[in-house]
Structures are given as C-alpha cells and as structure tokens.
Design a protein around this ligand. Structure first.
Ligand SMILES: Cc1cc2nc3c(=O)[nH]c(=O)nc-3n(C[C@H](O)[C@H](O)[C@H](O)COP(=O)(O)OP(=O)(O)OC[C@H]3O[C@@H](n4cnc5c(N)ncnc54)[C@H](O)[C@@H]3O)c2cc1C
Length: 390
C-alpha cells in the first residue's frame, strides 16, 4: 500500500524516520491480525508491551516515568496516520486508551500517583482508561452526577459511567466525579484515579456497531472507597483538566480519521484498477475515476488542515480560542473525510465492500464513533462558534 503524501516542508528527518518505524510495526504486529481480532472482539494484552517497546505508548509523556520526550505534534500526526493503516479503529482505541486516561495524571497528578501509575502504563504492563460519560449524558460534562464524598482519608464514590473504552480491562480508571454536591455546573468537579480492583466497582461489556476489537464498558460505583491521595490535581479543578485533555484527543482522532480515509482510498483504487466491467477497468469508467479524485480531494484538504494545526499546537499558547476553534473544525472536517471515503470505497468495491474482511467494510462501521466520541459534531460546532464569538 502506498503511503499518504505529506507536505515535506513541515517535517524533519526524525519525523520521517519515526513514521517508518511505526509503519513497520503496524504492518508486522497489527495489520495481519485485525480481522481475526475484530471477530474475536478482543486482542492480546501482549500488544500493549510490544507497542511500548517501540515507543508508541510513551509518546509525549515525561521521560522520567518511561515516556518518550522531545516529541511534537508532527510526531503525533504521523503516529496516528500510520497506526490507522491497520484499518481497525477498535484495536487502536483500546491500545491507546491511556492517551486519554493518563495525560491528566502526568499534567496535574501528585508525584506519588505519577510514580505508581505512569511507569507500568507506559511500559504496556497496565491498562489505563478515562471515564467521563454517564448514562444521563456525555456532551454536558458539567452536569455529571457521579459523587465522591470525603470520609476521613477516603472518598466514597457512587454513580455510573458508560461507553468507557478499555472499561472492562483497565487497571487504572481516571474518573470524573462531583466532589462538591452543593456546587452546580463545572465547579465542584474533580478527577479521581480509581483502581480496577476497587470493591464496589462492577463492569459490564457493551456491544457496538463497530470498534469490535475494543472493549467498551458500563461501570457502576457502589460505595467505592478510594484513597484521598488518588485525587488527580486540586479538588474542584477537574473540569479544566478534562477540557485541556480534549485538544490533543481531538487532534489525534482527526489524524486517525485521515489515516482511515487513506486506507479506504487505497483499497478502492486497487480494486478499481484490478476489476473489469463492460470490457474495461472499473477505474476507466469516468464516474468511478471522478469518485476516486473526490476522495483524494477531501483527503488532501484534511491533511493540509491537520499539518497547519499541528504547527499551531506546537507554537501557540494552549487555550488560544482560535486554536481551540480550529481543532473543533478539524475534527469535523477529518471525520467527514473519513465518512465520505468509507462510503465511496464500499460503493467502489460493490458487493465485496459489504463483505467482512475488507478494510472498507470495517471502517464504514467505525465512522460514526469518530463523529460522536471526543465531542460530537454538534458540540464541536457549538464550541467553535463560542470561541470565535460567532
Ligand atoms: C465506542 C465509544 C467509545 C467511547 N469511549 C469513551 C471513553 O473512553 N470515555 C468517555 O468518557 N466517554 C466515551 N465515549 C462517550 C462519548 O464521548 C459520548 O458518547 C459523546 O460525548 C456524546 O455523549 P452522549 O452519547 O451521552 O450523547 P448526548 O450528550 O446525550 O447527545 C445526544 C445527541 O444530542 C446532541 N446534542 C447534545 N447537546 C447538544 C447541543 N447543545 N446542541 C446541539 N446538539 C446537542 C449530540 O450532538 C448528540 O447528537 C465513547 C463513546 C462511544 C460510542
């Protein structure tokens, strides 16, 4: 498969070398197995350690805890695009769930928490997840209902979380809770690290449209006693930490969406060049040829936007309203590109596009979660409008 063309002006040799090493890892350790893992609705835990060995799990985390320092958003971009070349968002969502669960620990966690949680997670020995969404709603984070009431040296946690990626097997859950029941809205929300074996925690697996290889769970906390030292950052400051976490999650998600769109394009192009109808290659029918160009047009524009925003993320103060708005628009643009390309690829493959085992079929089933998770398309537009004062 050909690699996605990048604008070389943005990249240093170290980005391109890193890209090659991720590409080789994905081709060797993930792509050959994604169909089998999708059908099995899981993948071996061993993959975490292998991904850690090539530096993928440590990306952007502090070196003193086993992270890979000195990386910028172009490293994240190439890593996400190349990981997506396996064609399974499900595998990647769970494999990389620590990339949303653990940054708050690294950013605002105590030294004790960092030392206990980060090294085993970044070494692929333990699994981390982020639990924000509740059955009563995910978009309105400030309305969350799970409570954590202080009782001596502990918090007592009661409530429910749902749709949690790696929720079944996570050893560490970074959970958004309401520590001050009297404070309404965003005030009074904190982050708490809850160990997977805490008594009173029950987990149930959820069946999904796509992302079959990823475990997704419903969590119940019934009087879970969590040491007060597991508080992540200051009490009542959880909402801010959650919002700061979203920028890189949305950027990474957009880069992955672009990678999946490219997989669809490649599969459609290969099929259209091989298959013959009415005495000529499918690609020689003008309507198909134009569809392939439309796919590429959408891919090229999302790629250009992604590269420009990678530069701004590396060079603009975090929280800059225009940057936050651009990231929201990028997420929507890239996931639309993925949606368009998945649809176009399935159509180009004809009946084969509907068959399990093709990348296009799997990616088609995985489109919607990208337009919903990490902030829905509507919420992205709302947030962009507010940031820009529209
Ligand atoms: C497979 C999968 C994995 C996930 N993994 C995680 C995870 O690891 N951790 C986690 O915490 N969450 C996770 N989520 C949850 C995800 O982040 C939420 O589904 C998402 O934020 C939307 O929340 P909701 O589903 O409750 O929808 P709701 O918030 O109930 O929204 C329902 C609909 O109303 C629309 N809507 C809501 N408010 C507005 C508004 N103001 N204006 C216009 N439209 C609006 C939404 O856009 C949506 O279309 C996952 C979800 C899925 C499907």
């Amino acid at each position: 498969m050909q690699q996605l063309r990048l604008n070389r002006a943005w990249y240093r040799q170290e980005h391109l070398d890193f890209r090659e090493s991720v590409r080789r890892f994905v081709a060797r350790e993930i792509t050959p197995y994604v169909q089998q893992w999708d059908e099995a609705e899981t993948f071996p835990r061993e993959l975490y350690r292998k991904a850690a060995d090539v530096g993928l799990l440590g990306l952007g985390f502090p070196e003193e805890y086993g992270g890979v320092g000195g990386i910028d958003y172009f490293h994240r971009l190439v890593a996400s695009v190349e990981l997506a070349q396996c064609g399974s968002g499900g595998v990647l969502a769970s494999l990389m769930s620590h990339s949303i669960g653990s940054p708050p620990i690294a950013a605002v966690g105590s030294a004790e928490l960092k030392a206990r949680v980060l090294p085993p997670v970044l070494a692929g020995e333990r699994i981390a997840a982020l639990a924000i969404t509740e059955p009563s709603g995910g978009s309105d984070v400030a309305a969350l209902r799970t409570t954590a009431v202080r009782d001596g040296d502990h918090y007592v946690v009661n409530g429910e979380k749902t749709f949690i990626t790696s929720g079944m097997r996570a050893d560490f859950l970074t959970v958004a809770v309401r520590t001050d029941p009297t404070a309404t809205g965003a005030r009074g929300i904190s982050l708490l690290l809850i160990d997977g074996d805490t008594p009173g925690l029950t987990r149930s697996p959820l069946k999904k449209m796509g992302w079959w290889a990823s475990d997704t769970a419903h969590l119940r906390f019934d009087g879970c006693r969590v040491p007060a030292g597991n508080l992540v950052g200051p009490e009542g400051m959880g909402f801010l930490a959650i919002m700061q976490n979203f920028n890189s999650e949305r950027f990474t998600l957009a880069a992955g969406a672009l990678g999946f769109a490219w997989v669809c394009y490649q599969e459609a192009l290969g099929w259209a060049r091989e298959r013959k109808t009415f005495g000529k290659r499918v690609a020689d029918h003008q309507v198909v040829r134009h569809r392939l160009v439309d796919m590429l047009t959408s891919i090229e524009s999302s790629r250009a936007m992604l590269e420009e925003i990678a530069w701004r993320l590396d060079n603009t103060p975090a929280g800059d309203p225009e940057l936050v708005a651009s990231i929201c628009m990028l997420k929507n643009a890239a996931t639309r590109t993925m949606q368009f390309c998945a649809d176009a690829a399935v159509q180009t493959l004809g009946g084969m596009g509907y068959m399990r085992g093709t990348h296009s079929e799997r990616i088609y089933r995985e489109v919607k979660v990208n337009m919903i998770g990490g902030g829905t398309e509507e919420i992205m537009k709302e947030l962009a409008a507010r940031q820009l004062g529209v």
